[in-house]
Design a protein around this ligand. Structure first.
Ligand code: HT7
Ligand code: ZN
Length: 883
C-alpha cells in the first residue's frame, strides 16, 4: 500500500465551481449522475479523479460529448482524464453502485433498510469519481429519486428547493446547499423516518427549523438530543458569537455507523446511540455523551465546515478545536471540575499509551497509509489540549480574539494549523516560538519538578526539567512551551497571594493590571531546564502543580505523600485535589503490585483509607466529584506505568484495594447508598446525576465483599431501579461475583430488554468485560447470540471491545484471548475494514508485556499481516505494530 506524506502536498490543478448530483436509488443498483463545472487552474495538467474499485463507470462526457477512450484511463483507484479543454468545461460522470451490498459503512450504504452516507474521510469516492480532497470546495445540488412507499423521506444538504411525484410509484426531491463545501461534507438520507421538530431563533432573529429524524418508534427518545441541540446553538452564540447559517438543521439517527456522528452540512448523521435516550434505556453517561456529541457536530458548522482543512494532515485543525469547544460546552452545562477530570482521565487512559506506542504520531501526522486510522485520540484529545493551551496562555478574552480573527481571515477557506496559530498569536500580539512543536512532535513530555523553600529570602523555587521521549521516526526532540499553572497553599490550606516570580534573570509581576491579586500563576516552561522563583512567600508552602492539568504532560514531582494528603483535603483547584488522591492511589497500587509479584502480604495503609473516608463523608463536596475521588486508577493506566505490565497482578491488587476500602468504610458506604437513592422520576440534572454516581460507586465497592446480605441489597437495588443508570449499575455490581444472583439478573435483564438494541449492547459489554477465568469461550458463544450482529459496529465495540478491555482474559497466558481477537479481526476485515482496524488496535501495546505474551501476540499480528487481501486499514496497524 502507498504511504501519503504531508511534505508532498500540492494544491489541486482544477477547481470545481459547481456540482449537480442526481441519485436514482434502487434495490439492485443505484445510478449516480455527477455534473461538474470544472475550472482549470493550470493548463495541460491531467485531471485525476479518485474512485473506488467498486464503482462501475457508465458514461463519461465533456461538454455533452462522450470522452474518447484514448482520453481517459481507469485504474483501481483513479480516473485519469487527459486532452482536456483549456478553459472551463462541464464534466458529466455516470456511475453505478450497490449500496445494499456495501458493508463498509462508508460511501452510500443501507442501514435498517434506509439509505445513508458517510463520506469523511474518503468515502465520497465510493459514490462517484471526484477530487476527493478537502481543499476542493464547491456548491452542491442534489436530486434524489426513489420509490415513494419504501423511501418516503428524501434528505440532502442545504435547502429543499423542489419535490414531487414521478411515474412508477417514485418521487423526487432537490436540495441546494448555498455554501461551498468539500465532498466529505456531502450527505444523503432516504427512508422511512419521522421527525421531532422544534425551532431556534438566532441572535439576529432568524427562525431555524430543527428536525431530528428516527424510525417512528424512537421519536419519544429524541427529547434530550433536541434540548442539547438548542443549548448548543445558544451556547455558540453566547460564547463565540457564532450563529447558524441556514434555515433548517437536520439530524438523522442510524443504527449502523462506524463512529459517533458526522457533521455533514445541515444534515448531521448520528449513530443512534448518540441520539436516542429515555430514562429507562439510557444511563447518565449516555445522556452526557449525547449532549457532548450533539454539541460537537453542531459546533463543526463553524470549526470544520465554514473553515475546513486544507488536507487530512490538518485534521486536528477542526477536530482538536471542536473537541475543545464541546468540552467547554459540557463544562458550562454541568460541573466544570468533574468534566475536566473525565477528560484528563480519558487522555491518560487512551492517548498517553498511544503516544508511547508504535502508533505514536504528532497532532499533525506526517504520513499515513489510510486516513481513517488517524481519527485518533492524539488528533482529537491531545489536539484539544493544544487548543486549551492557547487559552491558558492567552486568557479567555485573548482566545476569543484569536477565534474572531481566525473566522475573519479564513471563512470559506480550507486552511492548515499554521493559520489557526497565526490568528491566535496575531490577535494577541504574542510570540511563542516553541509552541508549533506541539503539532510536530509525538510523545508525551515528561516534566520533572523539584521545589525548595528559602525561609531567609522568603522565596520558593521551582526547578523544571522537560524531556520529550523518542517515538517511531522521531529519535530526537526539542523542548517546547509547556504552560505550568501553579498555586501555593499556606499551612491553613488557603491559596497564597502570588505577587512576583523570577524566570531566570527576568522578574514578572503577577498581579493583574486592575490590581487584583492572583493565586494561580502560569509559568512558561520552554527550556530543557529552567528555574522559577516566587518572591514574598512568607511560609513554606505546599505547591499545587499543573493546576487544571494545564499541559498534557506526565508530571514527576518531589511533592511528598503528606503534602498530597494535604492537597486532597484543601486544594482550591478541583482537578488537583482529585489528582492528589490519584497520585497516592497510583503509588500505593504500584507498591502493592511489586509485593504481590514477590508473594508478600498485601496491606493498604490507614492514611489512604482515612483520606477516602474524609472525602466520602465531606458533605460540602460535589457528590460527583466525591465519586471521582473514590475511583481508583484503571488497570490499563497502572499497566502503562510499569516496566513490564503484569495484568494478573494489577487486577488482583486493584480488587484487593477496593475490597479493603469497602471493608473499612462499610458503614459509610451503606449510608451513602441509603441517602442517595433516586426519587421515582428520573432527573438528568447535575445534582441528581451526582447522587446516582456516588450511590452506584458505593454499591460497586460493597459488591466486592461478596457477602449474602450485600448480594441481597444489590438484588433489591436492581429490582427497584426506576432508570437505566441505577439498573445497569446494580447489574454490573452483581456481575462481579459468579453465582445464581448474577445469572438470574443477566437473564432477567435480557428478557426485559431484548427488543432494545442499544440496551442489549450494555448486556453484551457487561459479559464481555467479566474477569471470570476463561471468559473467552463465553464471549465466543455470544457471537452466535441473536443479540449480536458482526455487521453492526456498536455490537462489535461492545462485545469485542469490551472483551479486550478486560485485561485478565484478553491477556490470558494461554494466548486464547489474542487468538480470539485475531480471528475476529480477519472476519471483520472482509466486511468492514474501519471497524477491523479499530479492533486490532488492542494489540498495539504488545511490547509492554512479558516475553511469553509478546511471542503470543506477535504470532497473531504476523498471522493477520500475512493474510491475502488484507485491507490497507488493518495492514497499516499490523505492520506499524510489528515494526
Ligand atoms: N468528523 C467526523 C468523522 C467521522 C469519520 C471519520 C472516518 C470514518 C468514519 C467517520 N464517521 C465520522 C466525526 C467527528 O465529528 O469528529
Ligand atoms: Zn469532530
Amino acid at each position: 500500500p502507498k504511504e501519503i506524506f504531508l511534505r508532498d502536498y500540492k494544491a489541486p490543478d482544477y477547481a470545481f465551481e459547481k456540482v449537480d448530483l442526481k441519485f436514482e436509488l434502487g434495490e439492485e443498483k443505484t445510478l449516480v449522475t455527477s455534473n461538474i463545472r470544472v475550472l482549470p487552474k493550470s493548463s495541460g495538467a491531467p485531471l485525476i479523479l479518485d474512485g473506488d474499485s467498486s464503482l462501475k463507470l457508465v458514461t463519461l462526457k465533456i461538454n455533452g460529448s462522450s470522452v474518447p477512450e484514448e482520453d481517459f484511463k481507469i485504474t483501481p483507484r483513479k480516473l485519469h482524464l487527459t486532452s482536456l479543454p483549456t478553459g472551463p468545461f462541464e464534466l458529466e460522470i455516470v456511475t453505478e453502485i450497490e449500496p445494499q451490498n456495501n458493508t463498509s459503512l462508508e460511501g452510500l450504504y443501507k442501514s435498517s433498510g434506509n439509505f445513508c452516507t458517510q463520506c469523511e474521510a474518503e468515502g465520497f469516492r465510493k459514490i462517484t469519481y471526484y477530487q476527493d480532497r478537502p481543499d476542493v470546495m464547491s456548491k452542491f445540488t442534489t436530486r434524489i429519486e426513489a420509490d415513494k412507499a419504501l423511501y418516503p423521506v428524501l434528505l440532502g444538504n442545504g435547502n429543499l428547493i423542489e419535490e414531487g411525484d414521478l411515474t412508477d410509484g417514485k418521487h423526487y426531491a432537490v436540495w441546494e446547499d448555498p455554501w461551498t463545501k468539500p465532498c466529505y461534507l456531502f450527505a444523503l438520507v432516504a427512508g422511512q423516518l419521522v421527525s421531532r421538530d422544534d425551532t431556534f431563533t438566532t441572535m439576529s432573529g432568524r427562525k431555524v427549523v430543527l428536525r431530528i429524524w428516527t424510525p417512528p418508534q424512537d421519536i419519544p427518545k429524541t427529547d434530550h438530543a433536541m434540548k442539547s441541540l438548542i443549548n448548543s446553538m445558544k451556547w455558540d452564540e453566547e460564547v463565540f458569537g457564532l450563529e447558524y447559517d441556514l434555515d433548517l438543521f437536520n439530524v438523522v439517527a442510524v443504527p449502523d455507523f462506524n463512529m459517533g456522528a458526522m457533521e455533514n452540512k445541515s444534515l448531521n448523521i448520528f449513530n443512534s446511540r448518540l441520539v436516542l435516550a429515555s430514562p429507562e434505556t439510557a444511563t447518565d453517561s449516555d445522556y452526557a455523551a449525547i449532549e457532548g456529541v450533539i454539541g460537537h457536530e453542531y459546533f463543526h458548522n463553524w470549526t470544520g465546515n465554514r473553515v475546513t482543512c486544507r488536507d487530512w494532515f490538518q485534521l486536528s485543525l477542526k477536530e482538536g478545536l471542536t473537541v475543545f469547544r464541546d468540552q467547554e460546552f459540557s463544562s458550562d452545562m454541568g460541573s466544570r471540575g468533574v468534566k475536566r477530570i473525565s477528560d484528563v482521565s480519558r487522555l491518560r487512559i487512551s492517548q498517553f499509551p498511544q503516544d508511547a506506542g508504535p502508533m505514536a504520531h504528532p497532532v499533525r501526522p506526517q504520513s499515513y497509509i489510510k486516513m481513517d486510522n488517524f481519527y485518533t485520540v492524539t488528533v482529537y484529545e491531545k489536539g484539544a489540549e493544544v487548543v486549551r493551551m492557547y487559552q491558558t496562555l492567552l486568557g479567555k478574552e485573548g482566545f476569543r480574539k484569536g477565534m474572531d480573527l481566525y473566522f475573519q481571515r479564513h471563512d470559506g477557506q480550507a486552511v492548515s494549523c499554521e493559520e489557526f496559530m497565526a490568528a491566535m498569536f496575531d490577535a494577541n500580539d504574542a510570540k511563542f516560538p516553541t509552541f508549533p512543536l506541539w503539532y510536530a512532535q509525538a510523545g508525551t513530555p515528561i516534566l520533572t519538578v523539584t521545589t525548595s523553600y528559602d525561609a531567609d529570602a522568603q522565596s520558593f523555587t521551582i526547578k523544571c526539567k522537560q524531556e520529550v521521549p523518542p517515538t517511531a521516526g522521531q529519535p530526537q526532540k526539542e523542548p517546547m512551551l509547556l504552560p505550568l499553572a501553579v498555586g501555593l497553599l499556606d499551612s491553613q490550606g488557603n491559596d497564597m497571594r502570588l505577587s512576583s516570580v523570577k524566570d531566570g534573570a527576568s522578574l514578572h509581576n503577577l498581579s493583574s493590571s486592575d490590581g487584583d491579586f492572583t493565586t494561580t500563576a502560569v509559568l512558561h516552561v520552554d527550556k530543557a531546564e529552567q528555574e522559577f522563583t516566587f518572591l514574598g512567600i512568607t511560609e513554606k508552602p505546599v505547591p499545587s502543580l499543573l493546576r487544571n492539568f494545564s499541559a498534557p504532560v506526565r508530571l514527576v514531582s518531589d511533592v511528598t505523600d503528606d503534602e498530597l494528603f494535604f492537597l486532597l483535603a484543601h486544594d482550591s483547584d478541583q482537578f488537583n485535589r482529585w489528582e492528589a488522591g490519584q497520585t497516592l492511589a497510583r503509588k500505593l497500587m504500584l507498591d502493592l503490585i511489586s509485593k504481590q509479584q514477590k508473594g508478600e502480604e498485601l496491606n493498604v495503609n490507614s492514611a489512604f483509607i482515612e483520606g477516602i473516608r474524609s472525602t466520602v463523608t465531606n458533605s460540602s463536596l460535589d457528590k460527583e466529584f466525591v465519586a471521582k475521588c473514590m475511583s481508583l486508577p484503571g488497570e490499563s493506566e497502572i499497566a502503562d506505568l510499569m516496566e513490564v505490565a503484569d495484568p494478573d497482578a494489577i487486577h488482583t491488587v486493584r480488587r484487593f484495594v477496593i475490597k479493603q476500602i469497602a471493608a473499612s468504610l462499610r458503614e459509610e458506604l451503606l449510608s451513602t447508598v441509603e441517602e442517595n437513592r433516586s426519587s421515582a422520576a428520573y432527573d438528568p440534572s447535575h445534582e441528581h446525576r451526582a447522587r446516582r454516581s456516588l450511590k452506584n460507586i458505593s454499591l460497586s465497592y460493597m459488591a466486592s465483599l461478596n457477602e449474602p446480605e450485600i448480594t441481597e441489597l444489590l438484588v433489591n437495588e436492581y429490582k427497584n431501579a426506576t432508570n437505566m443508570t441505577d439498573q445497569v449499575s446494580a447489574l454490573a455490581a452483581l456481575c462481579q461475583n459468579p453465582g445464581d444472583a448474577r445469572s438470574q439478573a443477566l437473564s432477567d435483564f435480557y428478557d426485559q430488554w431484548k427488543e432494545e438494541a442499544l440496551v442489549m449492547n450494555k448486556w453484551l459489554a457487561l459479559q464481555a468485560m467479566s474477569d471470570v477465568p476463561g471468559n473467552v469461550e463465553h464471549v465466543r458463544s455470544l457471537l452466535e447470540h441473536p443479540a449480536f450482529d458482526i455487521r453492526n459496529p456498536n455490537k462489535v465495540y461492545s462485545l469485542i471491545g469490551g472483551f479486550c478491555a478486560s485485561a485478565v482474559n484478553f491477556h490470558a497466558k494461554d494466548g486464547s484471548g489474542y487468538k480470539f481477537l485475531a480471528d475476529i479481526v480477519l472476519e471483520l476485515d472482509k466486511l468492514n475494514p474501519q471497524v477491523a482496524s479499530r479492533m486490532i488496535s488492542a494489540f498495539t501495546r504488545w511490547r509492554r508485556f512479558d516475553e511469553e505474551r509478546q511471542a503470543l501476540t506477535k504470532a497473531q499480528l504476523e498471522r493477520i499481516k500475512s493474510q491475502d487481501g488484507l485491507s490497507d486499514n488493518v495492514f497499516e496497524i499490523a505492520s506499524k505494530s510489528l515494526a
